[in-house]
Design a binder for this molecule. Sequence first.
Ligand SMILES: N[C@@H](CCC(=O)N[C@@H](CS)C(=O)NCC(=O)O)C(=O)O
Length: 209
Amino acid sequence: MQLFSYYRSTSSYRVRIALALKGLEYQAEPVNLLKGEQRGTDYLALNPQGRVPALRTDAGELLVQSPAIIEYLEEAFPQTPLLPREPEARARVRGVAAIIGCDIHPLHNVSVLNQLRHLGHDEAQVNQWIGHWISQGLAAVEQLIGDDGFCFGATPGLADVYLIPQLYAAERFNIDLGGYPRIRRVAALAEQHPAFQQAHPARQPDTPD
Ligand SMILES: N[C@@H](CCC(=O)N[C@@H](CS)C(=O)NCC(=O)O)C(=O)O
């Protein structure tokens, strides 16, 4: 498989964690978002949305959107499942993933922030916007996850695949995580876990020196 990604893109980071948890090999194909490579004709021919990640499967299929890619990995490679078995438990895990994937991350994506700047908002206002949406979303996640282990139990799953990259973004944007002890517990566990270590933005082929 080939993963088109950018080292500090949180949606790419999610897919890297899922691949690592499932022990899947892949070739990283860096797309430099700072240089605008996502809008180059070569990349747009692969992904007309001009965003990362995209995954080319071993069968040559080109998949886009991290939720779809992660679902594909879960279905095609059921080893180390990311979801529990019971429907209610699956829905709880997916609910936390959706808070992050639908209600937090899209609001601080680079193109959204650039549009705010384009509309005349200054950096202080943009940072206030980012802080508002990340803090509000993480406050809900804090209430919804469990009291020990990863988000939902002793082993990492889909909610952790979404949460850890979101925390990386929160750190970049200087969001104070002091009020979220459960989230900080999950972060500490992930820091020690080989799959999360392997997927970390600091360890990618396109990570700057
Ligand atoms: N919902 C998409 C979001 C993808 C996305 O927004 N990717 C960002 C990086 S995290 C991107 O490629 N941004 C480039 C741009 O907006 O120009 C997913 O989960 O894959």
